[in-house]
Structure formats: structure tokens, C-alpha cells
Design a protein around this ligand. Structure first.
Ligand code: TYD
Ligand code: MG
Length: 452
């Protein structure tokens, strides 16, 4: 009978230590060690045969075998479809739509490739069935199993040999042989290890859902990230329909791709033209709004930035942002005061990126400044103009990366003018674009052109 012993495991990298330490010796993270009980029984190795060195050039075969999931945006982030025997982790906040996405992927996949086993450890079969009916995900070869014991799940998976296995979620399943509650680090590590073996030994692609918690008290997908082939994060504001699926790691494709969805009443819908979606409710000829072209991975997106500048009533002026870094806004406002003489010290400033989208690129600086100036001066930005550029502390406009992709999107969406950094002009002039290019070197020039 195996005895239990107490160890401390790091929730970031899985390093184990016999005593508690403040800093993990494995990954140097602070306060990540958690107490767990593990069995002292020796580990069983997966295979008793040792591998032999072989020449690498003998392994240049036709490459990995991929199957389409039937959801274009998901295929795109996976690098062109699901690779046989791959282990994919889909992480994200609770309630963001992970189960909805994987259920619909499972259903589409089963229509094309045969049996798919969807294991739901959190919802009952009836709940999943109702959701499937509501979102149109009922298929003849889609199987549901409401089970949390991984032993039983693996027995059924080996019997069925499905074309794909979905585990929703890894924090809900447990191995009875391992002590500790479901979701503890040792359980997550062992369960993932077993699923990895199933995927590699039988070539079954396995998709697992992993929850992200703010305080990291559940064994976070951080530890899982090292074990799996592909990590996708599903992100978005819960109160908005817009969702982005981003690859964080992909052993079989690029991580510059992104998948864009909208959460509707009847499930997740792929958004094929995100810029149009984001600009749908834009009002023209009002002050305090500017449109910029951002990159989501390598995809250009046109986003409206709104600003409201109003006189402060009490004491300190407020600066509040949604979808834009508040510190960056502080910096941009200081540049406007110093270089343009705009007295914003007694004004509240609110900035919002429309659609629940988060702007992280400095290329959005110019649009934020234009929207703020437009609201402050009560002069609208022309409705057919898109602006982009990073603004430096001296008020200079710096060039932006991948400008051609951005301007192509501007021209595809029918805008007639685009304000770009002077430094990008030469590259753009070489391409034939159906849009008027206005190059600017300084903030003053940009404000002159950008405000009616
Ligand atoms: P869910 O996929 O259960 O999230 P997760 O698995 O990431 O926790 O879905 C979360 C939310 O999505 C749910 O609160 C309601 C909403 N939703 C819709 O708006 N429309 C739908 O068709 C479905 C299925 C869910
Ligand atoms: Mg769920």
C-alpha cells in the first residue's frame, strides 16, 4: 500500500520541493508553492523501450496531418486545422464562452470526421444537450459523457477511439489514484499527462478547457501550458458580444493569428469582417470620435475611439479609460498640454475603445489624441478619415509596423483618407492603394488635418 507524503508544488512550473519555500527554485516565482499530498508509489513509465538516436534528416516526411474543425476562425488559430494527436488547451475566464465554442467545434468536427466524445465534468448531459439544441450543435456522431473520473473517461475513449476528444474542464476531472481534490496541481498535472499519452499513442486530438482564476488558487493553466502543444486564450468583455481567440503557444503554427467571434443568442458566430462589425453603430459628424487601424495578431481591425472632455466639477480632474491604458492616456494628455497648449488640467477626460476591444498598441496614440482634441474643441473628425501613428514626448509622429496591411483594410472598408506617419509614406506610395495618403511629421500637423 502506497503511503502519502506532503510536498509543495509550484503552481507556475510544477516544481516539487519537500519543504515550503517562498520562491520557487524552478521558475523563481514568489509565493507559488502549494501544499499537496502525493503517493510514494514509484512512477510507472509510459513505455519500457528506450529510444535510440536516429538521423534527423530521415524525419522529413509529408508533415503533420490536419483535419478541419468546420469553424474557420478556430482552424485559422490552430494553424490550418487540428493536428492528429495534438493536445490543445483553451483557457479563459469563466462564462466567456469556452464550452459553447468547443461544443460547436465538436459538433462540426463530428459531421466531417466521425465520432467525437465531449466529456462534460461541469454540466450534466441534459444541460449540454439543451445547449446543443439551442445552438444547433446536435449531430448524429456527437457523444456526451458527464463524468469526472478520468479512469472511466480513458476507458470509454479507448473503446470508442473517437476522431476527437473534448475535456470540459481539466479542473473538473480527477484521477482516483492520486490524492487531492480535482483542480489541485498534482491532479491537473497527472490528468494532463494521461491525456497527453492518449493523444500521442493513439493519434486522437484532445481539446481541453482550462479555467483562469484571478488569484491563481486553482492549479492554473500556466502549469498546463508547458505540457500541451497549443494554448489558445479566449478573451473578451463579458458585457460585449465581441470575443477574440488568441494563440499563446502553438507547436504546429504561427501565434500571430487570431480568431474573432461574436456571442449571440443562438451561440457563437464567426465574425468574418470584424472592422465592419465594430464600426456598425458609428455616428458621424459628432465631436470626440476618431477611427484607427489596429493589429490583432496580423489582422488589421478598424476601431472607433471615443473621448469625452468635460469641465471638472469638484477638485481633482478624473481620467477614466475603457480598453486603453490609463497611464498611457496620462502621458498623451501631458503631451497635448505641453506641445499644443491645451489646458486639460481642469477637465475630466474619458476614453473608450468601442466594442469592448482592448488597444495595446502605441499606433493608436494619434487617434486617442485626436478624439480628445476633437471633444475639447468641439470640432468633429472627418467621417471618411482613419488615423494611425505613435506619438512621442516631443509631439513627433512615429511610424507604425505593418502599415500596408492596415491601410489596405482602410481602403477595403471604403474610407477615402488616411493620416499616416511621414516615415511610413514611402512604403505606402509603392503600393497601389485606393485611398488618399496624408503623411504627417508632428502632432500640430495631424490636428490641423484631422479636425474640421
Ligand atoms: P459558456 O460557454 O458556458 O462559458 P464558459 O464555458 O467559458 O464558462 O457560456 C458563457 C455565457 O455565454 C453564458 O453565460 C451565456 C452566454 N451565451 C449566450 O449568450 N448565447 C448562447 O447561445 C450561449 C450558449 C451562451
Ligand atoms: Mg464551461
Amino acid at each position: 500500500m502506497a503511503k502519502l507524503k506532503t510536498v509543495f508544488l509550484c503552481s507556475e512550473c510544477g516544481f516539487d520541493s519537500p519543504k515550503w519555500v517562498g520562491r520557487c527554485p524552478g521558475c523563481n516565482a514568489w509565493n507559488t508553492m502549494e501544499e499537496e499530498k502525493i503517493s510514494t508509489a514509484g512512477k510507472v513509465s509510459a513505455s519500457c523501450k528506450a529510444a535510440k538516436p536516429q538521423l534527423l534528416k530521415e524525419f522529413t516526411g509529408p508533415g503533420e496531418h490536419r483535419k478541419t474543425t468546420g469553424i474557420g476562425e478556430l482552424d485559422r488559430v490552430l494553424g490550418g486545422g487540428v493536428v492528429d494527436g495534438s493536445l490543445v488547451l483553451v483557457g479563459g475566464d469563466p462564462g466567456i464562452g469556452k464550452s459553447t465554442l468547443l461544443l460547436s467545434a465538436a459538433s462540426q468536427f463530428s459531421r466531417r470526421n466521425g465520432d467525437v466524445l465531449y466529456v462534460s465534468g461541469e454540466e450534466s448531459a441534459v444541460q449540454t444537450g439543451l445547449r446543443a439544441r439551442r445552438t444547433g450543435a446536435l449531430e448524429d456522431q456527437l457523444w456526451i459523457m458527464a463524468e469526472t473520473n478520468l479512469e472511466w473517461i480513458l476507458v470509454e475513449a479507448l473503446k470508442m477511439k473517437p476522431a476527437m476528444l473534448v475535456i470540459d474542464s481539466i479542473q473538473a476531472v480527477y484521477c482516483p489514484a492520486i490524492p487531492g481534490a480535482a483542480g489541485s496541481i498534482s491532479q491537473v498535472r497527472e490528468s494532463t499527462g494521461r491525456l497527453l499519452r492518449l493523444a500521442k499513442d493513439h493519434g486522437i486530438p484532445v481539446m481541453i478547457v482550462g479555467h483562469v482564476t484571478k488569484d491563481g488558487s486553482i492549479a492554473g493553466p500556466r502549469l498546463l501550458e508547458h505540457m500541451v502543444d497549443t494554448v489558445l486564450y479566449f478573451e473578451g468583455e463579458r458585457n460585449y458580444a465581441f470575443r477574440v481567440l488568441r494563440p499563446i503557444k502553438n507547436r504546429f503554427g504561427s501565434i500571430a493569428e487570431s480568431g474573432i467571434f461574436s456571442m449571440e443568442n443562438d451561440g457563437l458566430v464567426e465574425v468574418l469582417n470584424p472592422s465592419q462589425f465594430l464600426l456598425a453603430e458609428r455616428s458621424q459628424n459628432v465631436s470626440g470620435a476618431a477611427i484607427t487601424a489596429c493589429l490583432e495578431g496580423i489582422r488589421p481591425l478598424l476601431i472607433e475611439i471615443q473621448a469625452l472632455v468635460s469641465t471638472t466639477c469638484f477638485g481633482l480632474p478624473r481620467r477614466a479609460t475603457a480598453g486603453f491604458d490609463a497611464n498611457r492616456l496620462g502621458l498623451l494628455l501631458a503631451v497635448l498640454e505641453k506641445r499644443q497648449g491645451m489646458m486639460l488640467g481642469n477637465q475630466d477626460v474619458y476614453v473608450n475603445a468601442v466594442g469592448g476591444f482592448k488597444l495595446v498598441e502605441p499606433a493608436a496614440d494619434l487617434a486617442v489624441m485626436l478624439a480628445v482634441s476633437s471633444s475639447f474643441k468641439n470640432r468633429p473628425v472627418p467621417g471618411d478619415l482613419v488615423v494611425m501613428g505613435e506619438v512621442g514626448l516631443t509631439g513627433e509622429i512615429r511610424s507604425v509596423p505593418h502599415v500596408l496591411q492596415r491601410v489596405r483594410e482602410v481602403s477595403n472598408l471604403g474610407f477615402s483618407k488616411v493620416l499616416v506617419p511621414w516615415g511610413n509614406l514611402a512604403e505606402l506610395k509603392k503600393a497601389s492603394l485606393n485611398v488618399e495618403l496624408i503623411g504627417v511629421k508632428t502632432l500640430s500637423q495631424a490636428l490641423e488635418v484631422g479636425l474640421h
